[in-house]
Each structure stands twice: as structure tokens, then as C-alpha cells.
Design a protein around this ligand. Structure first.
Ligand code: NAP
Length: 288
């Protein structure tokens, strides 16, 4: 049965998320739990927006006086193009927008993915990354991972991606960061895996139930953390073999939480109740 939001009045303010698909999004659960806990007359709504409708949907943020909207797949890069010169430095660096913030009718594109991942990794004890990092993938999630790891002190970052040219383009985004580009065969390189302190999956591999490409899990050191940007109720295709070897693993639920809490702060200019948001998310993931 659909839930009722009893506290929403005629004066309620609205935030939301634009995606396609969007029905699977866990952001409404996190944001609405926060509004309920704070007793705010506000609501966070999922909107299914087709790629071709994004320009109009972004104009609607102004027209309908929304607090702001999150952008998720497939809108992040397109959102950055549409908001042109109204981007935060972070969104500009990542070439992607995950938050459109409405400040008195002025829209601004921001991105909380890198800061969200950085907070998630700090919570997991990776506050200082002294050993090399491997980032698998070269899309928006991988860009956020490169930036987060650099901020955590990583001085050697290897990007491994199926399409090498895309990884090269990503590396060029960060001229000040020492990044090496490899293809997915690098994941079989035992010396590379043995030296890594953090291996991040920033691809969408496994979402459709397919196996992860060959990776020398058994060469990894006991300190190495395997972090998957993907999150699900079940262990992900990337994390399963690592967990079977009792290696350290974490999925992207913690990144989702922190990028969402940072977005909450941007939309509402209210300190986010992170623990309330975490509980709502964990409940949805069957981990409460
Ligand atoms: P994206 O821009 O579409 O990039 C997808 C990446 O996956 C590319 O590097 C692509 O390689 C690779 N890939 C896809 N299918 C593959 C296959 N069959 N074999 C090898 N490589 C494959 O996506 P994104 O925005 O970076 O997101 C990546 C993942 O991170 C998604 O699952 C997304 O849900 C997740 N994510 C999670 C959070 C969070 O808060 N937890 C935040 C952001 C993203 P090519 O370049 O060769 O195509």
C-alpha cells in the first residue's frame, strides 16, 4: 500500500530525484525519514524523467520552486552540460551533476559523490591511503573515486577500464593527480593487486547478474579494502570472491548515505540527521 505523508501541508516544500528508471531509488526513504525526524513540512519525491525531457524538468525546478533535485542515471553528465557556467568547482571537475540546488530561483549544479565516498572511506578506516589504489571503471563514479582517493592522500592511482580511451580522458581531467591507465587485464597482475591498499569497483558490472572479470583476489594483502560503488541486498559480484577469502569488503551503501546527507544539507540548509538517514537506508537494504 502507498504510504501517506500526514505532515505535508498545502505549504509543503518539495525536493526530489530525477532518474530513468527511478523506482528502485533509496533516496526518498533516506530524505523523507530525515524530514519526518525533524518535523519538517517537506517531502522528497522520485520523478521518472526521460533523457530527452531533462532540460524541461530542470526548468521545472525553478517554475515549481523545488528546493532542489538529485540527478541519477542517466542524467548526471547531461545535467552538467545544461547547467553550463552555473556549476560548483566539484561538478566542473567531475563533469557531472548529482544535485541541482535552487537558491531563491537561481539554479546551481553541484556534485556530492566524491565527498560522499571520501566520508564513507574515512568511516571504514581508510583515512589515509598510503598504498596504491586501483579504480575499476572510467565513468562519473570512477571520477568521484579518483578525486576522493586523492583527497585521502593516495599518490598512485591506477584506473583499469574496458575502454582505454575513456580512462585516458578521465585521467586528463585530473592533471595534478598521478594516474596510470590500464585495461581490465591489469586485474590479473598479481604484483599490482598485492601492492594495492584499496580496490574500488566503479563499473556497473554485476548489476545484471553477470560475473566480475578475472581478478587476482588471492594475491591481495590482508589490509586491502575492496569497495564496490554498487550496493544491494546480496553481496555484489565484485565483493563475493573477496568475502569468500575473508578479505575486507564494503559496498556503496555508505557512499549513497553520505552523498545523500550532503545533498540534504545543500537543498534544505539544515544539518542532516545522518543516523536517521542511515537507519532508513539499512532498513531498505534489509540490514537493520
Ligand atoms: P557510467 O558512467 O555509465 O560508467 C560505467 C562504467 O562501467 C564504465 O567504466 C564502463 O566501461 C563500465 N562497464 C559497464 N559494463 C561493463 C562490462 N560489461 N564490462 C566492463 N566494463 C563495463 O556509470 P557511473 O555513473 O560511473 O556508475 C558506475 C556504477 O557506480 C553504477 O553501478 C552506479 O550505480 C554506481 N554508483 C554508485 C553511487 C553510490 O552512491 N553508491 C554513486 C555513483 C555511482 P566502458 O568505459 O568500457 O564502457
Amino acid at each position: 500500500m502507498d504510504k501517506c505523508f500526514a505532515m505535508v501541508s498545502g505549504a509543503a516544500k518539495v525536493a526530489g530525484v530525477y532518474g530513468d528508471p527511478v523506482a528502485h531509488s533509496l533516496s526518498p526513504a533516506m530524505h523523507n525519514a530525515a524530514y519526518a525526524a525533524l518535523g519538517c513540512d517537506r517531502i522528497y519525491v522520485p520523478f521518472r524523467v526521460a533523457a530527452s525531457d531533462l532540460p524541461e524538468a530542470i526548468r521545472a525546478v525553478q517554475a515549481l520552486n523545488f528546493l532542489g533535485v538529485n540527478l541519477t542515471v542517466p542524467h548526471k553528465a547531461h545535467g552538467a552540460k545544461l547547467l553550463g557556467n552555473r556549476l560548483s568547482r566539484e561538478a566542473l571537475a567531475l563533469g557531472a551533476v548529482n544535485c541541482v540546488v535552487n537558491r531563491r530561483g537561481e539554479l546551481r549544479g553541484d556534485n556530492t559523490d566524491a565527498r560522499g565516498l571520501e566520508l564513507a572511506l574515512r568511516e571504514l578506516g581508510a583515512a589515509s591511503v598510503s598504498r596504491p589504489v586501483i579504480v575499476i571503471g572510467a565513468g562519473g563514479g570512477a571520477a568521484a573515486a579518483v578525486l576522493a582517493c586523492y583527497r585521502l592522500g593516495a599518490r598512485r592511482i591506477v584506473i583499469a577500464n574496458r575502454t582505454r580511451t575513456r580512462a585516458q580522458r578521465l585521467a586528463k581531467r585530473f592533471p595534478r593527480i598521478r594516474v596510470e591507465v590500464r585495461d581490465l587485464k591489469a586485474l590479473r597482475d598479481r604484483a599490482l593487486i598485492a601492492g594495492a591498499g584499496l580496490i574500488i569497483n566503479a563499473t556497473s558490472i554485476g548489476i545484471d547478474g553477470k560475473l566480475f572479470p578475472e581478478l587476482a583476489y588471492d594475491a591481495a594483502s590482508a589490509e586491502c579494502l575492496f569497495y564496490d560503488l554498487i550496493y544491494s541486498r546480496e553481496p555484489t559480484a565484485f565483493l563475493k570472491p573477496a568475502a569468500a577469502l575473508s578479505l575486507r569488503t564494503a559496498d556503496g551503501a555508505s557512499m549513497l548515505l553520505h552523498q545523500g546527507a550532503l545533498a540534504f544539507q545543500l537543498f534544505n540548509r539544515i544539518e542532516p540527521p545522518v543516523d536517521v538517514m542511515r537507519r532508513a537506508l539499512m532498513e531498505k537494504l534489509g540490514r537493520a
